[in-house]
Structure formats: structure tokens, C-alpha cells
Design a protein around this ligand. Structure first.
Ligand SMILES: C[S@@+](CC[C@H](N)C(=O)[O-])C[C@H]1O[C@@H](n2cnc3c(N)ncnc32)[C@H](O)[C@@H]1O
Length: 196
């Protein structure tokens, strides 16, 4: 194993162990903690939608930071956290009935990810296609001034995704959390102040 691979493995294991010890359902929880430390988006929010919420690490972080918040969580897989503030829909995000939630959320989080093939550009295209659909949905359900945070996998569609977001939000920033492997194509986009 190359020393860079070894270091990355060590780091991954470090966060997996840390999550277990601290009772988080996923190591991804640390990514949201880092995002919130930098951008301070959770405390000021009242209604959140999470695309791809299972097993529930991000939901745990959200509730910890803002116990009064209302969360709508969507995933194909079961959410492993039960909380009175969380309404969970076990379904494809495209099947959710958004018509009752028009102009409703002030924060939308997406950690959604398709099943990976291991072929980086195929995986990138699959996630990007989901995100293009999610960006369309956001138009309806996010309030003016709202915030959108999403994971992307870097690649050919990245520029178009960012350009779309730049037309809809006043500030669009890239963020690579320390808890995200340096060698992964993953990066987070924080889009602030939605223009309706
Ligand atoms: C990286 S995981 C999310 C981890 C989560 N943020 C956490 O901290 O526990 C990505 C999730 O996206 C979900 N997903 C993939 N395709 C989906 C779809 N079409 N509709 C809803 N959820 C989907 C997967 O089931 C998976 O649970």
C-alpha cells in the first residue's frame, strides 16, 4: 500500500472510530459539523429538508445544534434515528409530494449519493443528474434568502452545476471538510441567500 493510501485509510478509520465512540450513525456527521462551524447555517434555520438522510448522522447533528428545528428527511433506506422533530419518508426523492411544501424550507441539505460503480466519471454523472433534478425542485420549496448545501463529486458537470447555482444564490462557496478524504472527488457546495 502506498503511504498516501495508508494515510487516507488511517484517517477514514479515525473518523469511523470517532463516530462509534460519540454515538453518531455515520462518519459523514463530522462533515456537516465542519460545514456548520464555518458557515453557521443550522442554528438560524427553522425548517430543513434532507435529501439522502440515511442512516441519520446529519439528522443527529442538526438536532444537536438546533433541537427545535423541523426536519423532513428522505431516503430509499431506513433512517436509524427516531425523533419527534423528524418526519421521515422512505422513498425516492423524486416521488415525494412537494406540492404541500412550496416556499417552505429555509435550509436544504443534500448528502445524496447513487450506488457507485467505481468508475469515477460514471458515478460523477449519476450524482450530477440527481443534483440537476434537486436544483429544479429547490426552486419550488426553498424560501427566498434560504440556504442549500450539497455534496458533489468533481468532474465534467461540475461547472454547469455551479453556474446554475450561481444564478440562483447570492453566494456560492466550495468547502472540503478535513473529515472528507483528500483523495476523494467529494466536495461540498454551500449556496447562501436564495434569490426567488
Ligand atoms: C452518503 S449517504 C447519506 C449519509 C447521511 N448524510 C448520514 O449522515 O447518515 C447517501 C444516501 O443517499 C440515498 N439515496 C440514493 N439515491 C436516492 C434516491 N433516489 N432517493 C432518496 N435517497 C437516495 C442512499 O440511500 C444513501 O442513504
Amino acid at each position: 500500500m502506498k503511504s498516501k493510501d495508508w494515510l487516507n485509510r488511517q484517517k477514514r478509520d479515525f473518523y469511523v472510530k470517532k463516530a462509534k465512540k460519540q454515538g453518531y450513525l455515520s462518519r459523514a456527521a463530522y462533515k456537516l459539523i465542519e460545514i456548520d462551524n464555518k458557515f453557521q447555517i443550522i442554528k438560524k434555520s427553522k425548517k430543513i429538508l434532507e435529501f439522502g438522510a440515511a442512516p441519520g448522522g446529519w439528522s443527529q447533528v442538526v438536532i444537536e445544534i438546533n433541537p427545535k428545528i423541523e426536519i423532513t428527511a428522505i431516503d430509499l433506506l431506513e433512517l436509524k434515528i427516531n425523533h419527534p422533530q423528524i418526519t421521515f419518508f422512505k422513498d425516492d426523492y423524486l416521488k415525494f409530494n412537494y406540492s404541500k411544501k412550496e416556499n417552505y424550507y429555509d435550509l436544504i441539505l443534500s448528502d445524496i449519493a447513487p450506488n457507485t460503480t467505481g468508475h469515477q466519471s460514471t458515478d460523477h454523472l449519476r450524482l450530477s443528474n440527481m443534483l440537476f433534478e434537486i436544483i429544479e425542485l429547490i426552486d419550488k420549496i426553498l424560501i427566498s434568502g434560504g440556504t442549500f448545501v450539497t455534496k458533489i463529486w468533481k468532474g465534467s458537470e461540475e461547472k454547469e452545476l455551479i453556474n446554475k447555482l450561481k444564478k440562483k444564490f447570492k453566494i456560492v462557496s466550495y468547502f472540503k471538510p478535513d473529515s472528507s478524504r483528500k483523495d476523494s472527488a467529494e466536495i461540498f457546495i454551500v449556496a447562501i441567500n436564495f434569490i426567488k
